[in-house]
Design a protein around this ligand. Structure first.
Ligand SMILES: [Zn+2]
Length: 252
């Protein structure tokens, strides 16, 4: 799970991220949800949450360069038709914590526009996923079904592509939210820093590894990290998913 490039938070530096993608293209099997997994290489599904303009500006050209594909999780309410009147520099310099504030959104357009999303989706390099409508914590949002269902509807309507995946904002959910998400999506992504052995995840939830703030291009794949991912899968997550109403895992 990645967010931004060259931003102030939840971000990677472009130089390291470029090297990171080079490493993935050379050493890993990079897949989209549902695709066949390799038994020889590490399988990696890249997901960019929040659809910030930095993904269009920096990541999209890198995916072309290394011929990689990724998922892009879009918070639908914050997407404008077109951002032509705004300069790239202006859009790239909005602080992360102000990206989904309504007034600033219209002023600086820090997220991708519908036309940019369409271009990315039509390129075949990005598959589009829902990141709900308002990017609110669904645990405290009574309208969670609207968030889950309407975001899929609007993405499919505007982009003319089927949407099979959702990334839950803040990785938060409970049994009701999960049940609802299962009605609309095949692949449900949360946060949990663990290996997924297949596309079923744990009870249908795919837990993701936090990929921002990389200190070097292979930082996600150190022996220690890989040991921790393998440990968390059965021991930590399986136990928690059974009986908790609220799931929140610290990413690392
Ligand atoms: Zn998000």
């Amino acid at each position: 799970m990645y967010h931004h490039i060259n931003a102030d938070f939840f971000s990677n530096r472009l130089t390291i991220f470029d090297e990171h993608l080079k490493f993935l293209s050379e050493s890993c099997n990079v897949v989209l949800p549902g695709e066949t997994l390799s038994s020889e290489k590490i399988n990696v599904c890249m997901i960019f949450d929040d659809a910030s303009f930095s993904v269009y500006h920096y990541v999209f050209p890198l995916l072309k360069k290394y011929n990689l594909r990724a998922l892009l999780a879009v918070p639908v309410s914050y997407i404008a038709d077109s951002a032509e009147r705004h300069s790239a520099q202006d859009r790239l310099h909005v602080p992360v914590y102000e990206m989904m504030v309504d007034g600033l959104l219209n002023e600086h357009m820090p997220l991708c526009s519908w036309s940019e999303l369409r271009e990315m989706s039509e390129s075949g390099l990005f598959e589009i996923a829902s990141h709900t409508l308002s990017h609110s914590n669904l645990l405290t949002n009574e309208r969670y079904e609207t968030e889950i269902a309407e975001s899929k509807h609007w993405l499919e309507e505007r982009l003319q592509r089927e949407v099979h995946s959702i990334a839950l904002p803040y990785g938060e959910f409970n049994a009701k939210i999960l049940g609802c998400a299962r009605q609309y999506y095949k692949y449900i992504f949360a946060i949990g820093a663990c290996d997924n052995k297949n596309w079923n995840g744990i009870d249908g939830v795919l837990f993701r590894i936090y990929g921002d703030n990389l200190v070097n291009p292979t930082a996600l794949f150190t022996p220690w990290k890989r040991f921790m991912y393998s440990l968390r899968f059965p021991i930590v997550l399986k136990k928690k998913i059974k009986d908790r109403q609220k799931f929140h895992f610290d990413a690392y």
